[in-house]
Design a protein around this ligand. Structure first.
Ligand code: SF4
Ligand code: SF4
Ligand code: SF4
Ligand code: SF4
Ligand code: SF4
Ligand code: SF4
Ligand code: SF4
Length: 387
């Protein structure tokens, strides 16, 4: 049978964890690539797409791992104009666009489009490289280039402490020292070269040899010395671990976990959305916790029994959100299987670049307050807009 030569041609294929939508024109091939496992189901792309080419799928089930064959969204390759708006507005870097095999954002080249105006910075002069931010980041966006002292014996404090910039001084007052050797008996950093019972002076003679590399300035020798002949001092010039901690801004969703947990206030994060979010505990069935699992920012939690004490009503303890960590993405709204439990309203969208008419139209949609309404039986999640 003769193959059709009609253009454009559209197809969708899967390559590992990527779902690839293809548009083939006579002289150009465009691909929209969705990283299935990175997509959170926030639905921003679906709200923003000028061609209404993106629909939400079973966000909760996919993100919980109950459905592994699908992505939280699906894109119609024939409706898509391969403009790149969704790529620019996806807060989680889950989408990419290629034209003839090269990364491309046609909307930027053709009419311009703004990008999120975010700040995600670490002030190196304040950072002590504790790497707490690396541990808490839900997106693995913090790059930790700090030695881990792997292979160093746990008891070998001296080597670990040598990581700090500092200097240890060890001085023996020879007038006071009787070369009794008690310091060397206690410490592997010291050895005593002694001639005992020297007849001329009726004293021991010799030298105390100190190995700086083995000394961790614990001062045990000074405390043990019966004649108080030893003085040990440690000057720490910097309390920072060596290395560097940085933020990979491409993968930062501005959740602010790093900023909120940093002990030295070295991190500055400015979110791209501001807004309001609330949970109606009365309508939330206990034990569901889908929202907790899907939240890409780990902002939702089940209050502990301890924190529930003192709450007016027991029901209020079912679910809670830490608004400091919420980026108002909407994934929880899309995944929640109960009607009108979570309400979300964006109050600010921070962007930089040309705020084109297309962007203004999209922004209007993103500002519409949302609440959840789910019809999983039809295979689609329908998000009800709040009047
Ligand atoms: Fe769309 Fe959100 Fe998934 Fe990005 S993370 S592809 S914006 S649903
Ligand atoms: Fe919609 Fe443009 Fe994304 Fe295609 S590339 S899905 S048209 S926003
Ligand atoms: Fe620690 Fe803050 Fe530096 Fe991160 S930025 S390593 S939390 S001091
Ligand atoms: Fe990671 Fe959130 Fe900090 Fe960004 S703001 S680096 S995603 S912890
Ligand atoms: Fe040994 Fe501690 Fe004295 Fe250093 S300060 S020489 S480690 S006993
Ligand atoms: Fe997104 Fe906030 Fe909901 Fe988490 S709590 S899924 S960050 S809207
Ligand atoms: Fe489940 Fe919705 Fe309640 Fe979260 S808010 S626990 S998703 S019913």
């Amino acid at each position: 049978m003769a193959m059709s030569t009609m253009y454009p041609k559209f197809s969708t294929k899967t390559d590992g964890d990527n779902i690839i939508m293809e548009q083939k024109l006579l002289a150009k091939v465009s691909h929209l690539v969705l990283k299935k496992n990175v997509c959170t189901g926030c639905g921003i792309c679906s709200e923003a797409c000028p061609k209404e080419a993106i629909v939400l799928g079973l966000v909760g089930a996919v993100r919980r791992g109950a459905v592994t064959t699908e992505a939280p969204i699906s894109v119609d390759p024939a409706k898509c104009s391969y403009c790149g708006v969704c790529v620019i507005l996806c807060p989680f870097n889950a989408l990419g666009l290629e034209v003839d095999g090269e990364p491309s954002l046609p909307i930027l080249e053709q009419e311009g489009f703004p990008q999120y105006d975010i700040t995600a910075e670490i002030d190196e002069s304040k950072c002590n490289r504790c790497t707490i931010c690396h541990e808490v980041c839900p997106n693995d966006a913090i790059i930790r280039d700090v030695p881990t002292f792997e292979g160093v014996d746990a008891a070998d404090g001296a080597k670990r402490q040598a990581a700090l910039t500092g200097k240890t001084t060890f001085v023996v007052d020879k007038e006071k020292c009787t070369v009794c050797g008690i310091c060397a008996a206690l410490c592997p950093a010291l050895s005593v070269d002694r001639i005992p019972f020297y007849a001329e002076t009726a004293k021991s003679l010799g030298d105390i040899v100190w190995d700086e590399k083995l000394c961790n300035a614990c001062q045990v020798c000074a405390l043990a010395c019966p004649t108080e002949a030893i003085k040990v001092e440690r000057a720490v010039e910097s309390n920072k671990l060596p290395g560097k901690v940085t933020i990979d801004v491409e993968n930062c969703c501005t959740c602010s976990w790093c900023e909120k947990t940093c002990p030295t206030e070295a991190v500055t994060i400015k979110k791209f959305f501001d807004g309001e979010i609330s949970f109606n505990a009365e309508k939330c069935p206990a034990g569901c916790s889908t929202c907790v699992e899907v939240c890409p920012c780990n902002a939702i939690y089940l209050p502990s029994p301890a924190s529930a004490v003192g709450m007016k009503k027991q029901k209020e303890a079912v679910i809670a959100v830490n608004k400091d960590l919420c980026i108002f993405c909407g994934a929880c709204v899309n995944a929640c299987p109960s009607e009108d439990v979570i309400r979300l309203k964006r109050t600010e969208i921070r962007v930089k670049g040309p705020e084109t008419d297309l962007f203004k139209k999209i922004a209007e949609k993103l500002y519409v307050p949302r609440t959840s309404k789910v019809r999983e039986t039809s295979g689609h999640v329908e998000v009800k807009k709040v009047e």
